[in-house]
Design a protein around this ligand. Sequence first.
Ligand code: ZN
Length: 210
Amino acid sequence: MGPPGSGKGTRAKMIGRMYGIPVIAAGDMLREAAARGTEKGRVARAYMNRGELVPDDIVIAIMEERLNKPDTERGFVLDGFPRSVRQAMALDRILEKQNVTLDTLLYVTAKPETIVGRLSLRRSCPKCGAVYHLRDMPPKREGFCDECGSRLIQREDDVEEIIRHRFEVYERQTFPILERYQEAGKMKEISGNLDIDKIPAAIEEVLGKP
Ligand SMILES: [Zn+2]
């Protein structure tokens, strides 16, 4: 977990690669369901098109379906889920059914100033959702998506005032979730402000050797 723009997605992908486990990103799952045109996917798309958060029930159902796939047997990384207490409780229920316990909640810490600086360099693909960073993760061809070739855009909500507002909303929404995992002794932190080549060592320090 970590506020939008903290570098959470980058760290999740690295963990997946280092430990050889799937990364299950809620945003990707929702876009995938929308692209497949499933019933839940169509509902999710309507919310996303309006720039609104997809309701808990839909997110939970899509994540449960994904967590039931056999590739999660050796472990998995969740990115962007749970985002509300209701989602956290649903996750507990899903995992309990599978007889699985979460090892760690890894929280990516970042100050709003750092995030503002970073998001102004962010570009994203309106078609497939891929995200780039002009300094840390530039696309191979300037201005275009590596995955699908669409022209990259700077999201309108990547401006300072909105970024600060999103940060506050995120902290307020997720504080009770963090508290639950902190009380269970499962919360660990990683800095959101590391050079990209320093991230693997920082991950290993908190999660142990791959
Ligand atoms: Zn794309």
